[in-house]
Design a protein around this ligand. Sequence first.
Ligand SMILES: Cc1ncc(COP(=O)(O)O)c(C=O)c1O
Length: 452
Amino acid sequence: MSERKGGIHAVILACPGSDGEGCRYSVCLKASLHEHHTVMNASTARRSTLIPAAADRPGDDPIFQLNGEATRRAQSGESIVNATLGALMEDDGTLAILPTVVEALRQVPAKRAAAYAPISGDAPYLAAVIEDVYGGTPLAAQCVAAATPGGTGALHHAIALFLEPGQDLLTTDFHWGPYDTLASQARRGVRTVRMFDARGGFDLAAYEAGLSRCLADQGRALVFLNTPCHNPTGYSLDEREWREVARITRAAGAQAPVAFLVDMAYARFGTPELQRWQHHVEPIVETCTVLTAWTASKSLAQYGSRIGALLAASSDPAERERIKNALAYACRGTWSNCNHLGILAAIELLTKPELRAAVETERQRLVALLDERVAVFNRAARAAGLRYPRYEGGFFVSVFAPDAERVAAAMRADGVYVVPMEGAVRVALCSTPAAAVPRLVASLAKALGSQA
Ligand SMILES: Cc1ncc(COP(=O)(O)O)c(C=O)c1O
């Protein structure tokens, strides 16, 4: 098995205080953070009222620092391409939103929104989310769910309920940095398997070995798989890879407790074929609990409304009941209730056919906006000979770069901002107009070329 816990991920574990997009991308700030920590370790131990684990958290977020620098330079009149931030922006640089969603939020009666939501979320909301993900498949009848603040809350509950303290969740070496933060905050860890094999496909052998090692080491496993449109690489599992992942996971679940979580944060921005992954989880649920982290942050362009849910599918009705109770208990013990305004608006948006259709049409405009950027990127990047994973849609793509920090610094000198990681730079096409993509690719190719 090829595991990678060093590099950027070691940096992330050392700085789990950021709750935004940040820490996994902190390579560029590694040296300064390290110095900062060394000083803090010596002095805070004597005088902090915080417990030691919390006394040494960094307050700075590398992505927001990069974004801040890009914005300052743009405001001072420089021509800047800022491909750092993870929200879908219109070509004019403003946040892309869905008018029907905004209107639905406005229409919620004030006194209903102001009242507490039920601890696990309103029943029609949970039913609507289950239908949204698994409608038309046998899994819908095998699911229980709880409302969470965004997908992040769903990931939190998965970690808290399916791993013992001290155990590790299993995910790919390239992954969303807050997985580390969430695990560390909950006193759990993260172990990784190599994401890409020598041919650039999903490394199934590494996954199989990693899962088997996990079971041998800790007698249970919690897997996080972010597909389609993986953050940060843009990769989506294809049909064959999904089938194999299902076979491997199902076999592991026959040996020990395995919870398999699909993080579908960006799923609505994949091609229509990529959105039909549900049938692959049907065999997995025969032996495992299948969790799904659902969020409206991207699908309804409501990052700030914190509308999300954790779905749990099990073939055993008694286990479903246990999970339902455990979810409710965890909600009460973590945040009590979620944003009722968001939940009530989501019920309307997900269940009223005319609103669903309107949202779908408005979202298609955003998907088309992003797809155009993806197409321009793929054309330019192939012509420039860049090495990057298969990219068919989604907010981000990562381009492999042995010395990512130096590449990103060279690009900044050209006025182009990307996020350096271990072994790659992340390009947020979600915030880059199509017209700016050729310049971005040219700068990237130049920086990579000068590295050789
Ligand atoms: C891979 C991934 N999973 C989950 C999330 C959860 O986001 P939120 O909590 O806003 O729903 C994000 C957000 O950026 C993400 O990139």
